[in-house]
Design a protein around this ligand. Sequence first.
Ligand code: SF4
Ligand code: SF4
Length: 182
Amino acid sequence: MVESSLSPPDGAALLCTDCALCCSGALFDTVPVTEAESRAVAALGLEVVRRETGLVFRQPCAMLRGQLCSVYEGRPPACRRFRCTLLERYEEGAVGLDEAKGTIAKAKMLIGQAGAFFAAGENAAGARERWKRGLAPGAPPEAARFHLLMTALNRFLDRHFRPDAQRQVVSAAKDAALPARR
Ligand code: SF4
Ligand code: SF4
């Protein structure tokens, strides 16, 4: 979520440059955009599309370069406002820097484990949709392993990163639509 030239060592500079989970599709499928913001967001090079819930742009974000936002100074308002649970807790002093970095590292480890079972060409958002459809009766062992790893990953992301209203494990159990981000 941050650019490489940030100067003060604030929470975002210390954590987000090693993370980018809120841009990569690991946490969310889309980012909401208001009608008023849509022209400026599109001018950044992001494709704004209409969903039932309103305007959005998709993740993984096309503006992400490595783990950094390539349009940081002009990033969309929803990106500017967003702070994950971990970043909030770090900035409140409830979580130390080493623990916060460890949480990001563990999330990436879990993503890597689940990613080994992604289908060819499937990204995190697509894998999450497949996981939310559930495990078919008689599914092969690799499908069961994928489902278990995705459940563990999303429990962890719900607990440490996603705001309460945007948790996925409960949503998946209810077969609910992905909630609007931010
Ligand atoms: S998920 Fe949190 S720590 Fe990671 S880049 Fe986003 S706001 Fe920063
Ligand atoms: S515009 Fe930048 S901050 Fe917003 S989702 Fe894309 S990479 Fe992340």
